[in-house]
Design a protein around this ligand. Structure first.
Ligand SMILES: CC(C)(COP(=O)(O)OP(=O)(O)OC[C@H]1O[C@@H](n2cnc3c(N)ncnc32)[C@H](O)[C@@H]1OP(=O)(O)O)[C@@H](O)C(=O)NCCC(=O)NCCS
Length: 366
């Protein structure tokens, strides 16, 4: 009886009776590993962490900190002194080796980093060859795993330092590609003065500053008042959860040319994932009101959502007294559909809402 790998069909062994033609299906170590990586890849794909590099390769990077609280990959401890292996640090490193009285050096990699990519990287900036078929993601072809301590001679320590410089350069290139890719993927340009980019923790002081304005609180349903740092943190967590659930950003900071946040816009994410219907909410810091900013932002995001997220209908629910918002909605092509009496409860009072909506048939996508 033959034992066969159910994936690669390799013969793994035989079992008595040897004249029995039937087969037992198992999985070989390589295929188990491959399956593990495919599952990992699938998870990363679902959570939007797969990056596509300039050369068309796809992959992800994972890092784990060990001893230092600050995660800075590529840091290596050489007998008690931590170095980031970089050309400019080489002289300092050589001096450090000279000061060590022992001939041997303890080398400890403080972080482990794994780089999974579907095919070896080519040099950055090189154009993809036209005939090349799209990469098939099978699993890692290239893994670099650092996380151990070795005791080596000073010469070897120097070699390790030099080869780490190469690795670090490579990681830097990779990270630059990833960052570039991520920035590009997540940015929605509106015009030369405004662009949209998801909110980050660093934006929290801007939330606190702008949301001190009571008029914003009075015209919105989900913004706490007075707004605190803790509210900002909770909001950023919610943004991350929504991104994971929907596979793309659902919230964007409205930003000026200095990338400073001046307002927010986002989809509620309350509709069912595949219903094709969403509700948009927004606010702008008071110093920026009345300059036509929200009108162009909503127009742009509406178009983006129809095109990229394949929404079929977008709604805005506006407190009935909020004339500025109604005006913006209309200028963006949203139709007034109905008045919903007592749609919301806020501070013990019932508030009527006006429902505005736009559908794919209402817009001409270019
Ligand atoms: C509503 C809000 C986002 C508008 O942003 P904005 O960038 O100032 O809007 P725009 O400049 O693009 O357009 C505002 C329009 O409303 C008009 N408008 C402003 N106040 C108005 C009022 N009280 N009555 C009628 N129209 C008004 C403006 O004249 C302008 O129209 P115009 O360009 O034809 O003159 C902003 O005022 C805001 O953040 N408000 C508080 C939070 C909020 O209401 N969020 C929306 C919840 S649904």
């Amino acid at each position: 009886m033959k034992i066969i790998c159910s994936w690669c069909k390799k013969l793994l062994g035989e079992k008595e009776p040897s004249d029995d033609p039937s087969e037992i299906h198992a999985k070989c170590a390589a295929c188990i590993e491959k399956q593990k990586h495919q599952e990992q890849f699938q998870k990363k794909t679902e959570s939007g962490q797969i990056i596509t590099l300039e050369n068309g390769s796809q992959g992800y990077i994972s890092m784990a900190g060990k001893e230092s609280p600050k995660l800075s990959f590529g840091e290596i401890d050489f007998s008690g002194k931590v170095f980031f292996a970089w050309d400019k640090k080489r002289k300092e490193f050589e001096k450090h080796l000279e000061t060590l009285s022992m001939d041997e050096v303890n080398v400890t990699w403080l972080h482990s980093a794994e780089f999974h990519i579907d095919k070896p990287l080519k040099r950055r900036g090189r154009k993809k060859e036209k005939e090349e078929p799209p990469p098939q993601v099978e699993g890692p072809k290239e893994d670099i795993i650092w996380n151990c301590t070795v005791r080596v001679s000073k010469d070897t320590a120097l070699q390790i330092f030099d080869s780490s410089i190469q690795h670090n350069r490579r990681y830097m290139e990779l990270l630059a590609d990833m960052t570039h890719n991520w920035l590009e993927r997540e940015t929605i340009p509106v015009d030369s003065e405004i662009f949209l980019f998801p909110p980050q923790e660093a934006d929290i002081p801007r939330f606190v500053e702008f949301l001190r304005e009571r008029e914003i609180y009075e015209r919105t349903i989900a913004i706490p008042y007075p707004y605190t740092d803790a509210d900002g943190k909770k909001f950023i967590e919610l943004v991350d959860e929504k991104r994971k659930e929907f596979g793309h950003s659902m919230d964007w900071g409205i930003r000026n040319t200095k990338a400073e946040l001046i307002g927010m816009i986002g989809f509620q994410g309350k509709s069912k994932k595949d219903s094709g219907k969403e509700e948009v909410g927004f606010w702008l810091g008071k110093p920026y009101w009345g300059k036509g900013i929200m009108t162009k932002v909503i127009k742009k995001l509406t178009e983006h959502a129809f095109r990229e997220f394949k929404y079929q209908r977008i709604e805005i629910n506006i407190f009935s007294f909020n004339d500025a918002s109604c005006c913006v909605a209309e200028k963006c092509g949203y139709r007034f559909e109905k008045l919903v009496p007592e749609a919301y409860q806020k501070d013990g009072k019932a508030i009527d809402a006006k429902l505005y909506a736009i559908e794919t048939i209402d817009v001409q996508l270019t």
